[in-house]
Design a protein around this ligand. Structure first.
Ligand SMILES: [Zn+2]
Length: 318
């Protein structure tokens, strides 16, 4: 069946690419959501894989392009929709947030069609992409500011809906629950469509992280029956919940733990020193658990996030 999303049409066994327009830049160029579509010769589900919701998270963007390029429409069952860079103004700014309105796109969904550019972008995604897909995988990294342990986020109040998809991501750590809203996952989940965020790497672009993301997407595709082979599942997964530690002091940041490292309550995770080396603050583990994210940018200002701790909540068996 011919697949349609936005203004793009793609016949079975074909590829297509194009932009869902959101606005026009000051220099007269169309701004919007770039799409790559591979429509399988055989029927099946529509999986959307997006990256670049945060503009300084590069590994997922390359992973989306790579998965789409390597997917053969002749053997694909269903349709793969890739959004290599959701937030192009943030990418242009080499920043987490949009260079136009400085909003964090991942906190403002479902957006507002009459709002600022990021609000319009979110609203366009909800109006034109969500109805055209059956499931969503959202790729992130720890950002330019930090590095995160490979994990999948299963959050948004519809955890049961997306559990199978989360386990197929293939990471041992499953971050479940948490009160924040407005992510790209939320409108998908609200529409009854499974959606997860996969996190890995950060700090800078690394081939290893691109490969990890590609592997996760492929495994999700196997889980959905879109490509041949059984989805590889782990014997057991660890459910964690994260808490953000912010520094009171500004200064130079020194880490004493790596993302993914286990920690005991009271362990020294990081220090902040002044320009002469004098200690200003120590960050210690609030409980036994796992260090999920560690700051990489050495500049730390008062109130900046420095570490995300993961408390172990239990075990998930597939
Ligand atoms: Zn992100």
């Amino acid at each position: 069946m011919t697949y349609t999303i936005g203004t793009l049409s793609c016949a079975p066994g074909e590829r297509a690419q194009g932009l869902i327009q959101v606005g026009v830049s000051t220099y007269g160029v169309e701004l919007g959501i770039p799409l790559i579509v591979v429509n399988g010769a055989q029927d099946g589900p529509v999986l959307c894989v997006d990256a670049g919701v945060h503009g300084d998270e590069y590994d997922g963007q390359e992973a989306v392009r790579r998965v789409l390029a390597e997917t053969d429409p002749a053997t694909l069952r269903g349709t793969l929709v890739g959004i290599p860079c959701m937030n192009t103004p943030a990418f242009e700014a080499a920043a987490r947030a949009s260079g136009i309105d400085h909003l964090n796109l991942n906190r403002i969904f479902p957006g507002d069609a009459d709002g600022s550019y990021s609000q319009r972008l979110a609203a366009t995604f909800v109006e034109q992409v969500i109805p055209a897909v059956d499931a969503l995988v959202d790729l992130h990294t720890g950002g330019a500011y930090g590095e995160i342990a490979p994990l999948v986020i299963l959050q948004g109040g519809y955890e049961d809906l997306a559990t199978d998809l989360a386990l197929a991501a293939g990471h041992e750590l499953v971050w479940k629950g948490g009160k924040w809203g407005g992510t790209v996952r939320h409108p998908a989940l609200a529409a009854g469509k499974p959606a997860v965020t996969i996190e890995a790497g950060g700090g800078t672009y690394r081939e290893e992280t691109v490969t990890q993301h590609v592997r996760s997407v492929r495994n999700v595709m196997r889980h959905l029956g879109m490509i041949d082979g059984e989805a590889e599942l782990l014997g057991t997964y660890t459910e964690v919940s994260g808490t953000f530690a912010r520094s009171a002091a500004g200064g130079f940041f020194l880490a004493h733990a790596e993302p993914g490292e286990e920690c005991k309550q009271g362990d020294l995770i990081a220090r902040i020193v002044d320009h002469y080396g004098a200690p200003l603050e120590e960050v210690r583990a609030p409980q036994d658990g796992i260090v999920l994210w560690v700051r990489r940018i050495r500049t730390v200002r008062p109130g900046d996030e420095v570490v995300i701790f993961g408390a172990i909540e239990g075990e998930i068996r597939p």
